[in-house]
Ligand binder design. Sequence first.
Ligand code: SAH
Ligand code: SF4
Length: 354
Amino acid sequence: MKPYAENDIIDILNSDDLQVLQELLQSATKCRLENIGDKVYLRGLIEFSNYCDRNCFYCGLRKGNRQLKRYRLSKEEIVQTAMLAFNSGYHSICLQSGEIDSPLEIDFLVEVVEEIKELSQKADKDSKGLGITLSVGELSYHQYKRLWEAGAHRYLLRIETSVPQLFGRIHPPSQKFETRVECLRALKDIGYQTGTGVMIGLPGQTAEHLLQDLKFFQAEDVDMLGMGPYIPHRSAPLSKLSPEQQLDPYTTTLKMLALCRLLMPDINMVASTALQSINPQGLRMGLKAGANIVMPVLTPDDMRGNYYLYENKLYKKPQELVEEINSCGYTLGLWEWGDPLHYKRRIKVKVGDA
Ligand code: SAH
Ligand code: SF4
């Protein structure tokens, strides 16, 4: 497994030596600058609903959490937030929510995507309008297709862990590993720029499991990665479960980001909110590890607090994030979509093959 042997990867992931981490981050920075340059793209994140029909054992939005105040933004609120983002230079947004696959919910989302697309293309005739990423969980092929036809072109669906036994320990039996893999393949087949990712530092997760994750990302040939530390939520059953966390979630996330950048130099990779929440240096270090995407939260103030996936979820004003990115010496990629180079190459190969 280039550029590191599998044993080296296991050693790096298990190492407590700060020197090892420093060297890895330096290599990742070099690789990033050589392959995709110094741009950091912003994706305005609109968490439009926290209703969820699922019961993932780790997540604060799970259906079984009766303490959570539920909300859903109206179509007008979502479209207005998206257009505000567009007019201030974000040319990509991400619409995220809990998972509800009812026909009504999908009809609603299709309308939202169509309207955002139409309005943003009208607002700036020289541009392709807003790039729309969706992150609303496992849907059917047909539903993914409808959303694609409405104008969404990227999709994030984390595999959470590529190790089926571990997946089984953090999800109820009704949620199947195989279904998630099928969803990822369906998204790619339809044409989406496809993103996945894992949580890092899960109870019982080992370096060997993370090595398997790296191989999974390569085998599935993904365009984007969103990885972050697992952070317990007191109302989610995983927070009460032994075995303990064996890997330090913060440093191990940095190592995984760096390894992914080295193994997959041309993908887009997020410095996640969870990484920023777990350590004040999270954004800076995530960028150093090779991340090139940041997702400022644009969810309206009065709702934001209820999109509480894990404890102490951080909220930083978009302007603060922009200043931090600039102070780290990166260039902001505003007024453009910032598609992953990997996707452009993948599509070219596909066309060339035909
Ligand atoms: N419902 C959609 C999108 C919202 S959840 C979905 O599940 O795909 C988005 C991500 O939040 C999940 O993929 C998961 O990796 C992350 N998440 C949930 N609970 C978390 C926790 N306790 N710690 C860290 N990340 C968490
Ligand atoms: Fe719902 Fe997503 Fe949380 Fe699972 S991770 S409970 S699908 S919001």
